[in-house]
Design a protein around this ligand. Structure first.
Ligand code: ADP
Length: 295
């Protein structure tokens, strides 16, 4: 059967039809319009999905269910978004109940990073692992935990919110140090002009001393976060995705070095640190995975 995937984000909502092999059959997206109500916005998504099905001659009869990936903090028991910082007008909104009104299929909702974790297990970089952690380093930092062959979701679906690990005495969350947003902010402060995260990494690669120091600090912070997660959860693999992972080898080498020297036990030091395989459509495929894969 075919699954509908819906990936709700602060800038856009991606949606589409995904088959049992993880193939995207048809997709679309709508800009998240924060000037209209969440129910209006979800009505538009449902209409767009129906239109897409018609265009592609996909019968809605054969739909197995709908998977929804959404930013946390959320409550998957209640089917609502609790207080995601980039979707303030959606706080407390019953997403699952509302979608059911438009599309009469079974619905599963999980945190977006948790959904992406299942996608990496399904058709991505963690097919071979029963114990791994997925980390996405982008606007913020998100993560998902897959242990003993199952997703670890927690009591309300917020397990793995690693971006909120506190990394110093002041209570600074990890993502305020090591996300793309945090790199851009620190680089901008240091150079006294607007600097993007990509530019900061590029300047560091070219040998700029201030940017090299910043980037090394950020790589160390990413390594430290990985070591903490490895020490707590004992995975054999860490999959890293998100915009910042595009930096590629300098980041992966630095994190591998840090982990191989600092994880507490020898098996943890050997955990594989690998890039995510799913880039394009990762959110959409992750959402559909919630329907296509048992978890
Ligand atoms: P989102 O957070 O919406 O999922 P991305 O995963 O693309 O989006 O992450 C966006 C963040 O990643 C931004 O802070 C951006 O500056 C940073 N980023 C995107 N591409 C790169 C790159 N090639 N190198 C370094 N940073 C990048």
């Amino acid at each position: 059967g075919i699954a509908i995937g819906i990936d709700i984000g602060g800038t856009k909502i991606a949606f589409g039809f995904v088959d049992e092999q993880g193939e995207v059959l048809a997709k679309g997206s709508l800009k998240t319009d924060l000037t209209v109500s969440p129910s209006e916005m979800l009505g538009r998504v449902a209409d767009a999905l129906k239109q897409l099905a018609e265009q592609q001659q996909l019968s809605l009869e054969g739909i197995k269910g709908i998977g929804v990936g959404a930013p946390g903090p959320l409550n998957t028991q209640k089917g609502e978004l609790t207080c995601p910082p980039n979707l303030k007008s959606w706080w407390g909104f019953p997403v699952v109940e509302e979608l059911k009104k438009h599309l009469p299929f079974p619905i599963k909702m999980e945190n977006d990073a948790t959904a992406a974790t299942l996608a990496e297990k399904w058709i991505g970089a963690a097919k071979d692992s029963e114990h791994f952690i997925f980390i996405t380093i982008s606007t913020g930092i998100g993560a998902g935990i897959f242990m003993h062959g199952k997703l670890l979701t927690g009591s309300t679906g917020n397990a793995g919110d690693a971006g909120f690990m506190l990394v110093d005495q002041a209570g600074t969350p990890w993502e305020n140090v090591a996300s793309g947003t945090a790199v851009a902010r620190q680089a901008t402060e240091l150079l006294g002009r607007e600097v993007t995260s990509k530019e900061a990494f590029d300047l560091a690669a070219q040998g700029d001393p201030q940017m090299s120091e910043l980037v090394n600090r950020v790589f160390t912070s990413i390594g430290m976060g990985c070591v903490s997660l490895i020490n707590i959860l004992d995975p054999n693999k860490i999959v890293i995705g998100g915009g910042v992972s595009q930096v590629g080898d300098p980041l992966f080498s630095a994190v591998r070095d840090y982990v191989s020297q600092n994880a507490l036990n020898p098996s943890g030091r050997e955990a594989a640190i690998v890039p995510a395989l799913l880039q394009q459509d990762a959110g959409l495929i992750g959402a559909a995975a919630l329907v296509q894969q048992a978890y």
